[in-house]
Ligand binder design. Structure first.
Ligand code: FAD
Length: 499
């Protein structure tokens, strides 16, 4: 059994916030002994391994942007205790202007990858910001858990930490609850308690960007039943904890060595990690929920955590849709179809879907409400309305682009080498350009489009947009809980009463 966990460096709160981390600091921190398994082998250093180096460099830019004095106001706020700069993601918002400032910071980070890195460091940090805003939910399990969550939030905030999460049990047998699986240690759960902490074993899915994060939050958003108490936990685990193994799905960057041919897969494959925990020890101060079904459920819905985290997710999605619109427009221009009225109608439908998401993002802010402690909560009805339709609207948008491009993305040469070889360059340059751009420019554009919607990277993104916020039937249930049925039925009742 493992008995210690190494905290990531620079974790002291005593001296107040640490200096903002740079991209170089972030890249250096990845070489910390974390156990990432690819193709049956342990990765020596995530920052330099070909599967992850491109996305690591892209992620490093996020840290540099936040540390740039010119971006201070956009990306950070003054720590309430010391006045030093802290990432906006950790700001507990009190006003509509605070909420907007947080959204703009997320927008800036999302633009680094055109919205293609989903779990930037502002996603799960916003969940912890929501927990720290309403620690009473955690106090239902004992005051110490509320204290732990507030202290841990402060520790992450002051040290500019990146956390990701794995909050869904593995899909082993969904017909049975956690405690009735064939082996009680298949799902991540408590196997031992000591004076110093708890020991957790089992598996959990699916920590997107887990290979790059400082910490992984292991909890459960999946419905749990009485008898499942061992799995009703909320714990913070350092990515290099002894006993923790990360299994990323197939890294697309390994099949995408050339940035010209694979412009997105080579730079923005954030990875999604299946976790295996083998007797991982977690000190009590990193335990926020302990064998408590009610707190495990309420953490998502009775704190603003889910709303803050998904406000970031929607800001990121709006950026991605903007990029998608730009791509579609440039492709129509390249094929000479841009002025065709039929094409403009299809583009109008695409634009309507994209604009709806953007407007619903703003609605979350405009319709936000302030609770009795002065904390502002984004409007969850607006959030879940747009999220609930995402699993249907996103494939519709991708399909419109497929319609518009015909074979343009496919009738391209095999690789950049065809632009270099004397045997092929003549044909490529003569036949593969368009009326408005040369062959190299057109091939680059179509490669971008293919990587966006057609490549393995593009297809994983479609799965991501369907599932990152949970299966759509669950999001629709959230919407059901948030809709103002009282007002709606009152209208009907008044009419029936003849008023
Ligand atoms: C690319 C990607 C990235 C992800 N990133 C993260 C992450 O960072 N952290 C994390 O914790 N999780 C992440 N997830 C996991 C995600 O949270 C889960 O995939 C999601 O919650 C759905 O759970 P599941 O995959 O176990 O599907 P299941 O719950 O098994 O459901 C699969 C399908 O079965 C059907 N179904 C099952 N039960 C019902 C029901 N009661 N009513 C109606 N239909 C039903 C539905 O069609 C549903 O879509 C990610 C997933 C993907 C695909």
């Amino acid at each position: 059994m493992s008995i210690t966990t190494e905290a990531p460096p620079a974790q002291s709160r005593a001296k107040g916030p640490a200096p903002l981390r740079t991209g170089a600091d972030f890249l250096a921190s990845l070489d910390d002994g974390r156990c990432v398994m690819v193709d049956g082998e342990r990765v020596k250093n995530v920052a330099t391994h070909p599967a992850f180096a491109g996305a690591a460099r892209s992620s490093a830019k996020l840290f540099d942007i936040a540390a740039d004095p010119a971006m201070r106001d956009r990306m950070t706020y003054a720590c309430p205790e010391t006045g030093k700069p802290i990432w906006r993601a950790y700001q507990i918002p009190k006003t509509h202007a605070d909420l907007k400032a947080k959204r703009l910071a997320s927008e800036t980070w999302s633009e680094v990858s055109h919205g293609l890195i989903g779990r930037t460091p502002d996603h799960v940090s916003n969940f912890f910001t929501g927990y720290a805003a309403v620690p009473e939910v955690f106090a239902q399990g004992g005051q110490q858990y509320a204290d732990n969550v507030v202290n841990f939030y402060g520790r992450m905030r002051d040290n500019h930490q990146w956390m990701t999460y794995a909050i869904v049990p593995p899909q082993i047998d969904r017909s049975k609850p956690a405690h009735q699986q064939t082996d009680p240690t298949l799902y991540a759960g408590v196997v031992k308690e000591t004076d110093a902490g708890i020991v957790v074993s089992g598996a959990q899915q699916l920590a997107t960007a887990g290979v790059f994060s400082d910490w992984i939050y292991v909890s459960c958003i999946h419905p749990l039943r009485p008898g499942d108490e061992n799995y009703a936990i909320g714990v913070a685990i350092p990515a290099n904890a002894p006993g923790l193994k990360l299994y990323p799905r197939r890294p697309f960057a390994l099949q995408a060595p050339d940035a010209f041919d694979n412009p997105l897969s080579s730079k923005y494959d954030e990875s999604d990690c299946f976790l295996v925990l083998d007797n991982v020890f977690i000190p009590w101060e990193q335990v926020f929920i302990y064998r408590n079904l009610q707190v495990c459920f309420e953490q998502w819905w009775k704190t603003p955590s889910h709303a803050y985290g998904n406000l970031q997710a929607q800001a990121r999605y709006v950026t991605k849709l903007r990029f998608m619109m730009g791509l579609a427009k440039r492709m129509n221009e390249a094929t000479g179809n841009d002025a065709n009225p039929a094409v403009q109608i299809q583009m109008g439908e695409l634009a309507a879907l994209a604009q709806t998401v953007e407007t619903m993002l703003e609605a979350q802010e405009i319709r936000a409400t302030i609770d009795d402690k002065g904390v502002i909560w984004p409007c969850r009805a607006s959030l879940y309305a747009v999220m609930a339709l995402q699993s249907e609207n996103n494939p519709r948008m991708v399909d419109i682009i497929r319609e518009l491009t015909g074979a343009a993305m496919i009738s391209m040469p095999s690789s950049v080498k065809d632009l270099q070889s004397p045997e092929t360059v003549g044909d490529v340059e003569r036949y593969m350009g368009s009326g408005v751009m040369g062959a190299k420019e057109r091939i680059a554009l179509m490669r971008l489009a293919w990587d966006f919607i057609g490549s393995e990277f593009g297809n994983r993104h479609q799965q991501y947009e369907k599932f990152y916020g949970g299966a759509s039937f669950l999001v629709k249930q959230n919407m059901y809980r948030c809709y103002d049925f009282k007002r709606a039925t009152a209208m009907v009742d008044r009419e029936l009463a003849g008023e």
